[in-house]
Ligand binder design. Structure first.
Ligand code: NAP
Length: 314
């Protein structure tokens, strides 16, 4: 799909922050287009249960929550196209005004807008050890909701010590009687409530002070080599699945020529979500901030939508 419309705003990314921004810009009656690549599932949509988003005391599945956001965004008048963005460029200044036209080049065409909201989120960090990429889809995974059921009754290893690792390890015990968490330190970073559940679960064991050095197998994963970072001793653990949750890398490569990034690649914004570039806003996990949750992504999205409207009105 391609059109000749000059949109008020193009939102790139269809996670909680992008969809919330779209709800706000559409309700402000800005001509808004949201472009989302559905090829790689985002953090929220691939979370089996989100328990800390207010209003859902029993928790809500990430997929269902995003579906609800999309329904609300459509109802507000937002246009959503599934499309992968390839390049973003600033093509010209609108005469006598201090405004640019932003051209967003996608797989199937080019779209133009007076402003942009970047809501591209972050992807799972890779371990970078031999075997990890070779066994991707053959035992190595970054999504427990997507791949957990494939490992029913088989041993699983989870890497990491944050919220994602602990939450997903707990989820994986629905399928596997033996889940081993491998963590590089002797204490976890995850929220206390998750740690309490972890330590009460007899199907989860934690291997402390350890890192994976190799993913092993022939056609599929058969095990991992694990090094204790204190003793430097190696052991081999048998497993069929290796789930990696060691943090995030922001999806900001496309924008590095346009907006200022911090040393870790996150987009720097002010409290109104404005980046270093006039008319370009960023919200959610792709921007520099301290707390990355669905609820903070929504707050960012609301602020970005509001700020774009104010900026265009000027
Ligand atoms: P995270 O909080 O950054 O934790 C990453 C974990 O992986 C840390 O324990 C870290 O160890 C470990 N790690 C990092 N690099 C490693 C490496 N190369 N090898 C081995 N271990 C490594 O990441 P996350 O758990 O993916 O969460 C990302 C964000 O999403 C966080 O802001 C988190 O709060 C949020 N989130 C929230 C929820 C929730 O609220 N329910 C659920 C999921 C995610 P160290 O501890 O030693 O640094």
């Amino acid at each position: 799909m391609q059109d000749n419309i000059l949109y008020d705003v193009i939102i790139i990314g269809g996670g909680p922050s992008g969809l919330t921004a779209g709800i706000y810009t559409s309700r402000a009656r800005l001509n808004s287009l949201l472009l989302n690549s559905y090829t790689i599932p985002g953090q929220a949509i691939s979370t089996h249960l989100i328990e800390n988003y207010p209003g859902f005391p029993e928790g809500i599945g990430g997929f269902e929550l995003i579906e609800r956001f999309e329904k609300q965004a459509h109802g507000s008048g937002l246009t959503i196209y599934p499309n992968t963005v390839r390049k973003v460029r600033n093509v010209q200044q609108v005469r006598q005004q201090d405004m640019n036209i932003w051209q967003v080049e996608c797989e199937d065409g080019t779209y133009n807008a007076l402003s942009l909201i970047i809501a591209t989120g972050a992807s799972h960090k890779k371990l970078g050890v031999p075997g990890e990429l070779e066994f991707l889809g053959k035992g190595v995974s970054y999504c427990a909701t997507c791949d957990g059921p494939l490992y029913r009754d088989r041993p699983i290893v989870v890497v990491g010590g944050g919220d994602a690792a602990v939450e997903e390890a707990l989820f994986l015990t629905r399928f596997s009687p033996k889940v081993t968490i491998i963590h590089r330190r002797d204490s976890l970073r995850a929220a206390r409530i998750l740690q309490e559940r972890l330590f009460a679960n007899k199907n989860i064991e934690v291997v402390w002070d350890s890192v994976i050095t190799d993913v092993l197998g022939s056609d599929n994963v058969e095990g991992v080599r694990v090094r204790n970072v204190k003793t430097q001793k190696d052991i081999e653990l048998s497993c069929s699945g290796v789930f990696v949750f060691i943090g995030l890398v922001p999806n900001t490569k496309l924008f590095q020529e346009i907006v200022k990034l911090d040393d870790n690649g996150y987009i720097i914004t002010n409290e109104n979500m404005l980046t270093s570039q006039k008319g370009v806003f960023a919200c959610g996990d792709c921007r520099q901030k301290t707390l990355r949750q669905v609820v903070t992504a929504c707050g960012d999205g609301a602020m970005a939508g509001f700020a774009v409207n104010a900026w265009l009105a000027q």
